[in-house]
Design a protein around this ligand. Sequence first.
Ligand code: IPE
Ligand code: IPE
Ligand code: MG
Length: 253
Amino acid sequence: MAASSDKKSYDTTGLKVPVSLGVIMDGNGRWAKKRFLPRSAGHRAGAENLKELCRNCGRYGVKYLTVYAFSTENWSRPEDEVHKLMDLFVEFFEKYDPELEEEGIRVRFTGDIESLPERIKKVCHEGEERSKNRPKMQLIVAFNYGGRREIEYAARRIAGLVKEGKVEPQDITEQMISDNMYLPDVPDPELIIRPSGEMRISNFLLWECAYSEFWVSDTLWPDFGYDELTRAFRDYAGRDRRFGGLSSKEAKT
Ligand code: IPE
Ligand code: IPE
Ligand code: MG
């Protein structure tokens, strides 16, 4: 991802909203458990809610929405759950792509996509190709994504450049690392939202979150709607982002 964007997004009421937003879609299992339903029902409700989030973010003026859908660690879940998550992934893009198209939403994927089963890779490649000219917002789905795996990927690419004699080790910079991540053109997220109350990053966008603001809510992902998103944006708009410097008020005194 690219270093933090200096472009700003404002909704129609003048609220400052993030240009680039990350969402860890967590809590599907607990949502289902509360209703005495199988975990797969929670994942289905979570997928429905992703469609709502896309619409709401598009209308709010977010330009890049990165959602954590399946981590490199989620393979450790029971085989049946992993299988159902893969099926749901395929179904989501078959069912909802017309609505994403109507909203002008381009779809991209980030993660170790090449290691995924062929049928999933096909959905990713076709989805990206079909939506590449949609102008309003980019939905970036982190699937088989791990922040450490992404840094490993960048390190391997840079090591290749060194081996070819194109780069000297002492010339490796932070910018070069950013440029060799999965999607270097996507700005680092200004805000990361985690529903369901966990206070951890769970290997999401480790490199890119260096100066992200965090917002954690106890609401489980399938219930995380427009009102909750608005609360997160209002809170974000009031944050003093100092990036290691002084706040604008202090700098003047
Ligand atoms: C998030 O919900 C979905 C994935 C990780 C794929 P969970 O399945 O982690 O839900 P909880 O955390 O068990 O409630
Ligand atoms: C993070 O949720 C991954 C996704 C939402 C896809 P997890 O449920 O896998 O994270 P942990 O295990 O609580 O850290
Ligand atoms: Mg979870």
